[in-house]
Design a protein. Structure first.
Ligand code: SAH
Length: 463
């Protein structure tokens, strides 16, 4: 971090602005939003500054800057076009340990002014440490358009209830739960609709009704194949809301970066043939945690309902009357194929697509090989790295051409995304001779040929 972000209280505190032109005027207006007591020193002032002085919003001193002007100030802004003067103001302020900002001269600043999204009392400050102010402004524009204006009102309403809520719940987690429910439910909706009075009544009712022993909830969330940009909005929201996250090896580090900082993380493993926590244990853990009133996120790679045992996990929840939600994710077949430039279907090459488990059990796969070894179809094998030789032999034995194109997608959509292409006959040699790391997906079909033309994703360039 080049600059440490803080918010400073300058309400009715003396702040100095050196300079009285248009730029100074803009800075004065910003400081006025925080109710600062502003003195503007400049031999000449623009109309805007003159008007503010006339309305008694600021004090203007019509003369050049003097050394003693820095005395007793809590914040100084120098907005003149005189480089020597700007340096002098900066030096004096720094010597007196007063935060100073010199417009457009980062070297002379001890603080910088961020781009601001103002939903007071919610204020979002964005800084690029002076390196890309235009980008910071673009980010600001995005936030401006996605954060409803009424968030400020919602925050004010919450402020009125803060002490009551604190008195009711002495546990910080219970307090957070109460607020999250309020901010994502009917109370927030009413504030957004301009019905602040009704929202206040509802919030009071919720506060009076809630008890400490509420049952929690489980979110079964698909975390996608790796790239965090492939998460759904809902997945992201619930990941950031959960108190406990149960995750396994398939959830990428980049996705794990997005969980709430203070959430409890429980690793439940699931390496091939080495389940850190057996499936029954995971199912029961979800029930137990929810019964403690916690919001539990079971975060899984890809989609929870595609080779993810998601069904088994929520069956146990349903039997125990634990509320749950399931959030779909981008499954590996979809993520890996698109990031490899391999369309799973194509009018010329493939009219259907099958997702198949290639998990070896007792050295073989119990699959309908006759149905798989057909033309104009794409087969996507999950969990098939160990079984690559077997599936190659079986498909060829059941009539598939040995020259059928095959792609192995290793760690698809992550910064380590790697694609190996080969043919069905050559597949076992490739797997035997190359170091291929799990998770890997195997795609079999004519569509693999299209990669030559359609490949667009270069993991090295992206990372
Ligand atoms: N529920 C998951 C699949 C779990 S089975 C989903 O919908 O994607 C685990 C298998 O998924 C792995 O053995 C591998 O074949 C595949 N897989 C998952 N993520 C992958 C990735 N990022 N790259 C390649 N294969 C992946």
């Amino acid at each position: 971090m080049d600059y440490f972000p803080i918010f400073i209280d300058i309400v009715q505190r003396p702040c100095l602005v050196v300079g009285g032109g248009d730029i100074a005027y803009r800075k004065i207006n910003l400081l006025l939003k925080a109710d600062a007591q502003i003195t503007c020193i400049s031999p000449e002032i623009c109309d805007g500054v003159a008007l503010l002085a006339k309305d008694n919003k600021i004090t203007v001193v019509n003369r050049g800057f003097e050394i003693s002007d820095v005395n007793a100030q809590v914040l100084i802004v120098s907005a003149t076009d005189d480089a020597v003067l700007n340096t002098q103001v900066s030096d004096l302020a720094k010597a007196a340990n007063i935060p100073v900002n010199v417009v457009d001269s980062p070297d002379l600043c001890s603080f910088i002014m961020p781009s601001i999204v103002d939903r007071s009392p919610i204020v979002i400050a964005i800084s690029s440490a002076g390196k890309a102010p235009v980008l910071a402004r673009l980010i600001r524009a995005k936030l401006e358009s996605t954060i409803p204006n009424a968030y400020g009102k919602l925050a004010s309403l919450a402020g009125n209830f803060r002490d009551q809520v604190k008195a009711k719940f002495n546990n910080i987690e219970d307090r957070r739960y109460f607020w999250e429910k309020a901010f994502s439910g009917i109370v927030a909706e009413k504030v957004f609709a301009g019905k602040t009075d009704e929202a206040q009544v509802d919030l009071q009712a919720q506060l009076d009704a809630s008890t400490d022993s509420e049952i929690g909830e489980v979110y079964l969330v698909g975390g996608g194949p790796g790239d965090p940009d492939l998460l759904t909005f809902k997945a992201l929201r619930l990941i950031q809301q959960a108190d406990v996250i149960l995750h396994d090896r398939l959830v990428s580090d980049e996705v794990m970066e997005l969980v709430r900082r203070d959430a409890e993380l429980i690793y439940v493993g699931k390496e091939r043939d080495n389940h850190s926590v057996p499936q029954d244990g995971i199912n029961q853990l979800l029930v137990d945690l929810a019964k403690q009133g916690r919001r539990v996120c079971r975060l899984k790679g890809g989609d929870p309902f595609i080779f993810g045992r998601g069904g088994e996990e929520i069956e146990t929840l349903a039997e125990n009357n634990i509320p749950f939600q399931v959030v779909p994710g981008i499954t590996a077949a979809s993520g890996c194929s698109t990031y490899s430039g391999i369309p799973l279907t194509h009018r010329d090459y493939s009219q259907s697509c099958r997702f198949v488990t290639g998990h070896l059990k007792d050295g073989s796969m119990n699959l309908p090989w006759n149905e798989l070894a057909v033309e104009q179809q794409t087969i996507v094998f999950y969990m098939a790295l160990k079984g690559a030789q077997h599936l190659s032999e079986q498909l060829i034995a059941h009539g598939m051409r040995s020259a059928m194109p095959v792609a192995l997608v290793e760690k698809g959509t992550t910064p380590d995304h790697k694609v190996h292409t080969t043919t069905l006959a050559e597949l076992p040699h490739l797997v035997a001779n190359e170091t291929i790391r799990a998770p890997t997906l195997i795609i079999v079909g004519e569509v693999v040929k299209l990669r030559k033309k359609l490949n667009w994703f270069d993991a090295e360039k992206q990372s």
